[in-house]
Design a binder for this molecule. Structure first.
Ligand SMILES: [Zn+2]
Length: 308
């Protein structure tokens, strides 16, 4: 099926260099080289849904039903720059909030392909969002690294740790040094050869550029903490995972978006075993919505003042 999908997709390949270059330039002050992969110019709704369903239908959860996932996947959308190294489209789901003072929350999951618990949480949130009337606007990219997810690897198909490949200003000077010094040149944490050179990172940047989030959530496992790169606030309490800062790295999403662009990033590091009751994840989604909506007002102004 995947071979057929790739074949059909490759039949629709066109280069949209100018439009893409404009997108990247507007979010990043550094020049991001264009990936050699051409962009897929068109993707049918059926193919978007199929890709979503194929990736998420084997994710584990206590009450998951195929019919609910099908309903979610029938609504997914796709940006033309969102294609993995191996040619799989990277789709997203969006739900508009009802509150007048709503915020825009962008969720990335499975940036690391082997963190399968992140897949369980994201599927649960997708199905929940489909049923509720949320306060905030939510956009969810459930599988940012589909090649790694299929191969059960942390890295993408180019063996790059995508969370070390964002084009932070210090990337050229520090990414490799950090990798050697702080990660003992672990192949699981290889930052790549070019800042922002990986197609999945380009997709993440075009999602940020397109959605213009107030708050970003990135779902990982297994460190069992809520790691917040953002302004100093008293976060809502959450018994299942303590709030604890892990710091950020050259090429990480937290450094790229919070340190350099003043958009807060919450890295939700789940436990290695999933909770027996997934209602824990209702609470997690709700407190993140609460954090974005009530606690981060004026945060951009405050952050740009601090960074001056
Ligand atoms: Zn991770």
């Amino acid at each position: 099926m995947r071979t057929t999908l790739s074949f059909i997709l490759s039949a629709f390949v066109f280069v949209t260099v100018n439009a893409y270059a404009e997108q990247v330039a507007s979010v990043s002050s550094v020049i991001v080289p264009l990936h050699q992969t051409s962009k897929i110019a068109a993707l049918t709704d059926e193919k978007k849904s199929e890709t979503c369903f194929e990736l998420l239908d084997h994710v584990k959860g206590p009450k998951f039903k195929n019919e609910n996932l099908k309903r979610v996947c029938a609504q997914v959308q796709w940006l033309p720059s969102c294609v993995s190294v191996k040619g799989t489209p990277i789709v997203h789901f969006e739900k508009t909030g009802h509150d007048k003072r709503k915020k825009r929350i962008l969720v990335f999951s499975l940036i690391h392909g082997d963190e399968t618990g992140a897949g369980s949480l994201v599927r649960y949130w997708l199905e929940r969002l489909d049923e509720i009337d949320p306060r905030n606007d939510w956009r969810i990219v459930p599988v940012l690294n589909p090649d790694g997810f299929e191969a059960k690897t942390r890295t993408n198909a180019n063996n790059v740790d995508l969370n070390r490949n964002f084009p932070t200003r210090d990337w050229n000077d520090l990414a490799n040094i950090y990798w050697k010094k702080h990660s003992s040149s672990s192949p699981r944490r290889f930052p790549g050869t070019v800042a922002g050179g990986e197609p999945e990172v380009k997709c993440a940047i075009s999602q940020i550029d397109d959605f213009k989030p107030d708050f970003i959530v990135s779902i990982h496992t297994p460190l069992a903490v809520l790691d917040f790169d953002g302004p100093k606030v008293k976060p809502p309490s959450f018994a299942y995972l303590p709030w604890r800062s892990l710091g950020n790295y050259p090429g990480s999403l937290g450094r790229f978006m919070w340190v350099e662009r003043s958009t807060p990033v919450l890295t939700a590091e789940l436990r290695s075993t999933l909770p027996t009751n997934f209602e824990t994840f209702d609470r997690l989604q709700d407190i993140l919505g609460e954090l974005a909506k009530y606690k981060l007002n004026h945060m951009k102004e405050a952050a740009s003042f601090l960074n001056r």
